[in-house]
Design a protein around this ligand. Structure first.
Ligand code: PGA
Length: 258
């Protein structure tokens, strides 16, 4: 079974003081979490400053994006070594906002994935279809193409360091959530595809997260659905209590499985 993960994607929210006080609160409330990997992906400016309040927790840090080059004349960009020096273990790549607002292509995202893997950062690779693609019954073709590009020439060992986040674009920040069967179907497709590329053991090891309007009210139904290994949470991760409630839901589910 893949590890269960709850990752927060704060997007362009929270100043350094806001991030710091969130993490002070979070550290107090997360004391009993032992089964779930919690990952926080704040804005770059906050990364270094939240290390301290999180010191006694197991919360890991991730960047929200990264350039594929390691350094150079790329104004406004952040590199893998920079993220690592700010204590990141993870980096979100291919988020739908990067794909659709900033025009990132599969090819560009692929270069970033390769750089992350060769620099010991675990990529959280986001894939997902737009509403017109779902209506045209192209969901599996779209996610297969994104996944095929992302995993091209990636070894089995590298694949086991990847995390996939299935995030239907129509569910992100809209309040619409994929139903548990809709999410399970996509996750099963993703796992089968990985199984065909590598083998079943590798496919079972790679966490496949769901993202898109996850909140306390739907997390319990989604986490028990087949093939869902956790969540990538946007809006609901901005409030400590809402975020902790989602983590507690996953934690409670895991304790029940023991
Ligand atoms: P949301 O965002 O939870 O606000 O829908 C999820 C994401 O964009 O990763």
């Amino acid at each position: 079974m893949a590890q269960k993960i709850v990752a927060a994607n704060w997007k362009m929210n929270k100043t350094i003081p806001e991030s710091h006080s969130f993490c002070v609160e979070l550290a107090k409330k997360l004391l009993k979490i032992s089964h779930t990997e919690v990952i926080l992906c704040p804005p770059f400016t906050s990364l270094f400053h939240i290390k301290d309040p999180l010191q006694k927790t197991t919360v890991a840090l991730g960047g929200q994006n990264m350039h594929y080059e390691l350094s150079g004349a790329y104004t406004g960009e952040i590199s893998a070594p920079m993220l690592k020096s700010a204590a990141c273990q993870y980096v979100i790549l291919g988020h739908s906002e990067r794909r659709h607002i900033f025009g990132e292509s599969d090819k560009l995202i692929k270069k970033k994935i390769d750089t992350a893997l060769s620099n010991q950062l675990q990529p959280i690779i986001c894939i997902g279809e737009k509403i017109d693609e779902r209506k045209a019954e192209q969901t599996t073709q779209v996610i297969q193409a994104q996944l095929r590009s992302a995993l091209e020439n990636i070894t089995q060992e590298q694949a086991t360091r990847c995390i996939i986040a299935y995030e239907p674009v129509w569910a992100i920040g809209t309040g619409l959530t994929a139903s548990p069967p809709q999410a399970s179907e996509a996750h099963q497709f993703i796992r089968d595809f990985i199984g065909q590329q590598y083998n079943q053991e590798t496919a079972d090891q790679i966490p496949v997260l769901y993202g898109g309007s996850v909140k306390e009210a739907n997390a319990d139904k989604l986490i028990i659905a087949d093939e869902i290994d956790g969540f990538l949470v946007g809006g609901a991760s901005l409030e400590v209590d809402h975020f902790v409630a989602i983590i507690n839901t996953v934690e409670a589910y895991l304790k029940k499985q023991e």
